[in-house]
Design a binder for this molecule. Structure first.
Ligand SMILES: NC(=O)c1ccc[n+]([C@@H]2O[C@H](COP(=O)([O-])OP(=O)(O)OC[C@H]3O[C@@H](n4cnc5c(N)ncnc54)[C@H](O)[C@@H]3O)[C@@H](O)[C@H]2O)c1
Length: 367
């Protein structure tokens, strides 16, 4: 699994918890439960402070991200554990965009790291693939591209309407995510980096990606480099995922290809992600959304949130605890102690209790 760069490696941690909407409110408390269980035997001070930023708050008070929230998180917390945002009562998705994209942009969390790791052969929909075949990491640029919200309408609501959405790519933004992917490869003994774009059609924005990739790769001669257009990458990752080790790409393509990857490894229920600015307060969340179709039923899979918590612990320098969380999830998968999305009959809280107990045993055993 991914090693993420350290925040401070200190003995104490202050974690902001934002469960959000839908199943975010169901899986996040389970992750906190597991985190507390794993911190207790080591006696490391670990404080959790919950914030109710969500559709409920937005509908009640008209507030998305409160004034001063970004500065408070940046200055007073080491990390943020985030659930999901999205509610059918807010069709514009305004609160989600302002809170999640607001945090990603304003905290400058430019690395979105999304590991895709198959935990058990039976979980992949691909025929004859095993755990060792699917072990890749997607590095998605997280602060630019088509998600910056630059654009507008002309003659909105008329037959002549025009809608424009700009794809913003800065030299600095492209270089830092590509460099980060190479650095990560070097530090974690990963051998291959594949950059994916659509430079044959997006001849300005992705020409920049091409030039920067060619430049940065020269600094990492020991790493095997490859370029694929995003449509080819989508095909190849399904045909033979063994080809891929580290993938680096832009915001939009990273969003899509990491969901595809998540499906190859058993579905959205167990995919984690980190939104990182090395050395600064960073945010960790499951890849999935608020899943309104299953919200309130108590059957959401908490693995994505727990594995995101493991990434967070690693970021904080708590490696044994991070390993204990991952080992607990692996055991649950192996023993089929899982929610219905993975073919089991367990409820979210039952899985959370089981993981908490297992992770605490693991950490005692390892320390
Ligand atoms: N980071 C985020 O907060 C985030 C990410 C994606 C989507 N969203 C929002 O979430 C809402 C729903 O979006 P969507 O339906 O496209 O995506 P989704 O990830 O919420 O759900 C997609 C499918 O996967 C299933 N699923 C997802 N997570 C699961 C889990 N933990 N356990 C079991 N099944 C799980 C859902 O039931 C659904 O069938 C929308 O408002 C969307 O904007 C938010």
């Amino acid at each position: 699994m991914a090693n993420v760069p350290l925040r401070n490696g200190g003995p104490a941690a202050r974690i902001a918890v934002i469960p959000g909407d839908g199943i975010g409110k169901e899986v996040t408390p389970e992750a906190v439960k597991v985190l507390k269980a794993v911190a207790a035997p080591t006696k490391r001070p670990c404080e959790f402070v919950e914030f109710d930023w969500s559709a409920d708050k937005y509908l009640r008070e008209g507030v998305t991200l409160p004034a001063g929230a970004v500065e408070m998180l940046r200055d007073e917390f080491d990390a943020i554990l985030f659930g999901a945002l999205g509610d059918p009562r807010v069709p514009s998705n305004q609160h989600a965009a302002e809170i999640l994209l607001g945090l990603r942009f304003q905290l400058d969390l430019y690395v979105n790291i999304r590991p895709v790791e198959l935990l058990h052969d039976r979980l992949t929909p691909l025929r004859d693939r095993t755990e060792k075949d699917i072990r890749l990491i997607v590095f998605r640029e997280n602060t630019e591209g088509l998600y910056v919200g630059v654009g507008g309408f002309f003659k909105k609501g008329t037959p002549d309407e025009i809608a424009v959405q700009e794809d913003v790519n800065s030299r600095k933004g492209v270089e830092r995510i590509i460099r980060y992917a190479f650095e990560y490869a070097r530090q974690n003994n990963r051998k291959r980096v594949c950059m994916s774009d659509k430079s044959n059609a997006m001849t300005f924005a992705h020409d920049l990606w091409q030039r920067v990739f060619q430049e940065v790769r020269r600094e990492y001669p020991e790493i095997e480099c490859r370029h694929l257009y995003i449509d080819t990458l989508a095909m190849e990752i399904v045909r033979d995922p063994r080809q891929f080790d580290i993938i680096v790409t832009c915001n939009l393509f990273g969003d899509i290809i990491s969901d595809l990857g998540a499906q190859l490894a058993g579905g959205l229920g167990l995919a984690p992600s980190g939104n990182i600015h090395p050395g600064r307060t960073s945010l960790f969340e499951p890849v999935h959304g608020s899943a309104p179709n299953i919200a309130g039923k108590g059957i959401a899979n908490p693995f994505g949130s727990v594995l995101a918590s493991a990434m967070m612990l690693e970021f904080l320098g708590w490696k044994p605890e991070a390993d204990a969380l991952r080992a607990a999830v692996r055991s649950a998968v192996r023993e089929n102690y899982v929610t219905p999305d993975l073919g089991g009959d367990k409820r979210t809280a039952e899985v959370g209790d089981w993981l908490a107990q297992k992770a605490a045993q693991q950490v005692i055993h390892r320390s």
